[in-house]
Each structure stands twice: as C-alpha cells, then as structure tokens.
Design a protein around this ligand. Structure first.
Ligand code: ATP
Ligand code: MG
Length: 212
C-alpha cells in the first residue's frame, strides 16, 4: 500500500522483469532474475509468473476466452486441458457467459476479472497483482480475494498485491507501506482477518497524517 506515485507499480514491474532496475538484485526461488537473458526471462514469466495489470492489458483482437487461455496456448497445452481449466475458473469469476465477447464490449470490472483469470490460469508460483479489486463491486472483490487466498493455501503460490483497499489488504499476511520508493512501515496479521483490517485502517490513518 502507498500513495499514488510512491512506486508500487514500478516495484511489480521490476520483480517481473518488465523494467530493469538500475541497481540491486531480485531473488526469486534462489535465482537472481536480473541476471537472466531476455529469452530466459520470457520463459520465467510465462511458466512461473502471473501478473494482473492495473490497466488489465487484455488483447483487443482476442475474445475473453482466448485472452485467458493465452498462457496455456503459449505453453502448448491441449484444447481439452484448456477447456478443463477455463470452465471452472470462468464460472468462479462469473464471466463464463462472456467468453466469446471482446474486451471493448466489457465493463471495467469484467475486464478485471478476466485479467485475474488469465494471471492464475497456469497455477503460477508467483502472482503479482496491481489493484486487482480496483474496479470490482464488494461482492466480486470478496470472491476474487477468496480465490487468491485459495491459490495461496492450495498451491502455495506467493501473491504480492498492490491495493488501496483495506478490505482486500486484510486477506494478506503482511502489509508493507511504501512512500517515495522507500519501505516506510510494515504490519503482519495475527491470523484473524477482522482485527487485521482494523490494524490496517489505523496504520493508514497514522501514515496518512504524516507530512509528505
Ligand atoms: N517508465 C517510467 N519512467 C520514468 N518514471 C516513471 C515511469 N513509470 C513511473 N514513473 C514515475 O515513478 C514514480 C512511481 O510510479 P508508479 O507508477 O510506480 O506509482 P504507483 O505507486 O503505482 O502509483 P498509482 O497508485 O497511481 O498507480 C512516479 O513518480 C512516476 O511518475
Ligand atoms: Mg500503479
């Protein structure tokens, strides 16, 4: 969490190798990804990483279903397997009936859910999500957070999420506040969501009261 312009998207872009940092290292699974070649980086992103972009990044020329299956198609999975994976995921996110529509026919919330589905369709080891609940109503936001929680618990995927929303943040184990590109403060959950939610609100009000 952190104010607009504090560097949240920049951090995710560096962790995913979209941007190269001018200094420092990024260690994922014991590997410094800043040392990978462009080809190795592309493979790492395709096989290990899911990214829910702040502005969705859906391809306008592909249907919703094609957009979501893209990581599997690139990975040369069979049409049966793709079908098998997409069905339940799209149903869970309430976008099954939109599968043949193109992104420009969809609302922001529908695009966001499609972007989330695409990011998790190959069960990535690491999921980076930039404001994944930003355009969702509270029910859809709740469903998405439960889906991410279950990926974390079921598959052990590591999830790093940017959010302005204390409710979404309360599903996490650890919340890091950044400002002007620096880690400012961090809090960890004791396990229960509701007390953590209150703790996040409190931290936000204290940090928000600070002069910039
Ligand atoms: N490609 C770029 N080149 C140079 N500066 C950039 C670039 N992208 C972002 N910045 C600057 O880096 C800083 C951090 O931007 P970033 O997009 O990471 O913020 P953010 O925390 O994601 O904000 P928001 O909550 O509005 O999405 C800002 O000052 C921004 O203007
Ligand atoms: Mg951003």
């Amino acid at each position: 969490m952190g104010p607009s312009g504090s560097g949240k998207t920049t951090l995710l872009n560096i962790l995913s190798g979209i941007d190269r940092a001018t200094s420092g290292e990024v260690i994922i699974d014991g590997q410094d990804i800043t040392k990978l070649s462009n080809d190795q980086m592309a493979l790492f992103r395709r096989e290990r990483l899911g990214y829910v972009f702040q502005d969705f990044n859906l391809l306008d020329s592909l249907t919703l279903q094609e957009n979501i299956s893209l990581p599997l198609i690139l990975d040369r999975r069979s049409p049966e397997e793709i079908e098998h994976r997409l069905g339940p995921l799209m149903a869970l996110l309430s976008i099954a009936e939109l599968k043949d529509k193109y992104p420009y026919h969809l609302s922001g919330g529908q695009k966001q859910r499609a972007a989330a589905a695409r990011a998790v369709v190959n069960d990535p080891a690491v999921i980076l999500a930039d404001e994944p609940t930003g355009n969702l109503d509270s029910r859809s936001a709740h469903q998405l957070m439960e889906m991410l929680t279950s990926l974390n618990e079921r598959l052990g995927s590591t999830i790093l999420m940017v959010t302005h929303d204390p409710f979404a943040a309360s599903f996490c184990r650890r919340v890091i506040f950044i400002r002007d590109g620096q880690l400012e403060f961090e809090i960890r959950t004791a396990g229960e969501r509701k007390p953590f939610f209150d703790k996040i609100l409190e931290a936000q009000s204290v940090l928000g009261g600070k002069p910039l």
